[in-house]
Design a protein around this ligand. Structure first.
Ligand code: NAD
Length: 281
């Protein structure tokens, strides 16, 4: 594997975490976003996160200085210098297809392209490029610097070489890779989001308060956080989007989004990022 320079597209919650972990793992990193505020915020988040990790002894000062050297850019002009591209832009199929067309036209033809999508088909994303064999899903978890798992998803045309390089890359980044096939929601969100949706149905039907529902799952099932608090962390719009993908693409009504989830998204109660979801922040 001869990857030295990683180009991350999207500097939001996931993009800045991926950029940070790639840099502290020894890669040269460029992080790109179309929104100048997102780049500013990403820079501040990475500085704060790496500062805390140095204090805790989880990162060395040298690793922090590598993260400080991340380049933040607002265009794909330098993508031709990259040896790998990881896309972590907004979860919207049409936008991702457009971004992959752009990346495919600008990046060197030998370069692998990974997507951090939570639910969009890797096979479909790959079909918007001329290098479907080099396209793969690298589904990092939130918050990226702390979570061990990367779900690795092969599309129909993804080559064995691309898969093996990705597994090695996860190892170098200190992550545990688990392979999943390209199916709606992959493994993680096929199981997690219906559980969260069921917790929302239980709340809607007054089976318990949000606090009671979350405490039962924490104290009784040993989950580190309750499903409603987790929904607030992920973003209720993201949970709704994934449930819609599961219902549409698997064709089963058991994935019907809870009406309360839809109502909260309509009201703008999107969770932590909006200051209000099932809880107030
Ligand atoms: P986010 O909204 O925090 O960040 C998305 C960023 O993409 C924004 O800063 C936006 O400006 C940028 N963007 C939009 N169009 C762009 C373009 N054309 N070029 C470059 N940047 C562009 O979203 P997020 O939560 O970081 O999610 C990013 C991806 O990661 C999504 O595919 C999502 O499904 C996935 N994901 C999210 C989580 C989570 O818990 N939030 C977990 C795993 C995976």
């Amino acid at each position: 594997m001869n990857i030295k320079h990683i180009f991350v597209v999207g500097a939001g919650t996931m993009g800045n975490g991926i950029a940070q972990v790639a840099a502290t793992s020894g890669y040269q990193v460029t992080c790109m976003d179309v929104m100048p505020e997102a780049l500013e915020k990403a820079k501040a988040m990475i500085d704060k996160s790496t500062g805390k990790l140095v204090e805790k002894g989880a990162l060395t000062k040298e690793q922090k200085s590598r993260a400080d050297a991340i380049q933040f850019v607002s265009s794909m002009d330098t993508i031709k210098d990259a040896d790998l591209v990881i896309e972590a832009a907004t979860e919207n199929p049409e936008l991702k297809f457009k971004i992959f067309k752009e990346i495919d036209a600008a990046a060197r033809p030998d370069v692998m392209l990974a997507s951090n999508t939570s639910s969009i088909s890797i096979t479909k994303i790959a079909a918007h490029t001329h290098r479907a064999d080099k396209v793969i899903g690298m589904h990092f978890m939130n918050p990226v610097p702390l979570m061990k798992l990367v779900e690795v998803i092969k599309g129909l045309a993804t080559s064995e070489e691309t898969l093996q390089t990705t597994l090695e890359l996860c190892r170098v980044m200190g992550k545990e890779a688990v392979e999943a096939n390209d199916s709606p929601g992959f493994i993680s969100n096929r199981i997690l989001c219906p559980m969260i949706n069921e917790a929302i149905f239980a709340l809607q039907e007054n089976v318990g308060t949000p606090e009671a529902i979350d405490r039962v799952m924490k104290l009784g099932m040993n989950h580190p956080m309750g499903p409603l608090a987790l929904a607030d962390l992920i973003g209720l719009d993201v949970v709704l989007f994934i449930m819609e993908v599961l219902q549409r693409d698997l064709g089963e009504d058991k994935y019907r989004p809870a009406p309360l989830l839809r109502k909260m998204v309509d009201a703008g109660y999107l969770g932590k990022k909006a200051g209000r979801g099932f809880y107030r922040y």
